[in-house]
Write a protein that binds this ligand. Structure first.
Ligand code: ADP
Ligand code: MG
Length: 248
């Protein structure tokens, strides 16, 4: 895909193997992966204009090559309802990111400002990831978000490319799979939509093997018929000068 190659070339020419959130989402969207509406803004004034375009309520996130885990840097502000909220959030994010850089002992480039997106209904948070194993090449990972992955390590893997049957099998073989059938008055989750996202990710990776790592965390998995949305996406690419080395 030309778009992906262009984005990777730009990243490498700027000395980064990290694809910015809007770039990662541009690529994913081109593969038919559902993403909430988004925009970018370098200044608070631009953020106000773009927030109106995206539609309130919105979320602002730090957009910087130097911040991989945005919450850790105080770089995510949720459920902003109006212009005042957006201006305040923009200033706080810039201040927090600067402070984070000082604490970490490295510069944080703030020139790109923020990523703006719709405040999405989260449903059940799930995770889709991709890792590149030097021996087996790319594998896709699936699990439920939060404690399920962090504490219980309840995740499952398949080599890429995978079939639709493989994708359904993955979704049903995690220990907590019952949660997707509906618990505590919640209806069943949209597993068909989730499987479509897994298959689109597999296709994207097959066509762009220079992707070293992909992290869709979280993916919002809604009730049956309401779909799945990739809310956060992180892509790391291979540095052609260090080909063969893994990020792991
Ligand atoms: P990071 O993982 O880099 O800290 P995320 O984009 O995942 O940043 O945001 C942190 C958390 O904020 C997410 O796990 C999710 O719970 C919430 N969040 C992020 N974006 C949205 C959104 N568009 N709508 C609703 N909640 C969101
Ligand atoms: Mg995240």
């Amino acid at each position: 895909m030309k778009l992906a190659k262009k984005i990777f070339e730009t990243a490498l020419s700027e000395g980064r193997t990290f694809v910015l959130e809007h770039e990662a989402k541009d690529i994913m969207k081109a593969y038919g992966i559902p993403i909430p509406a988004y925009a970018t803004a370098a200044t608070a004034d631009e953020a106000v204009v773009e927030s109106a375009n995206v539609g309130y309520p919105v979320v602002l996130k730090i957009l910087s090559k130097d911040v991989l885990h945005k919450s850790d840097a105080g770089g995510v502000k949720l459920n902003l309802k109006n212009e005042d909220d957006v201006r305040k959030a923009f200033d706080e994010i810039m201040k927090n990111a600067k402070k984070y850089g000082e604490e970490q002992g490295h510069d944080v480039d703030l020139s790109r400002g923020v990523f703006i997106t719709e405040f999405a209904e989260m449903g059940t948070e799930v995770i889709i990831g991709v890792i590149k194993d030097p021996q087996f090449s790319h594998a896709i990972m699936f699990g439920l978000g939060g404690i399920f992955v962090e504490v219980l390590k309840d995740v499952t893997f398949r080599l890429i490319p995978l079939t639709k049957a493989d994708a359904y099998e993955m979704v049903h073989e995690i220990k907590a799979a019952k949660i997707l059938e509906g618990v505590r008055g919640q209806g069943p989750r949209d597993v068909d939509a989730l499987v479509e996202v897994i298959l689109a990710v597999s296709k994207m990776i097959s066509e762009n093997p220079e992707i070293n790592e992909l992290d869709c965390n979280p993916v919002a998995l809604l009730e049956k018929g309401k779909g799945a949305l990739v809310v956060d996406a992180r892509i790391l690419i291979e540095d052609p000068n260090k080909k063969g080395e893994s990020t792991h």
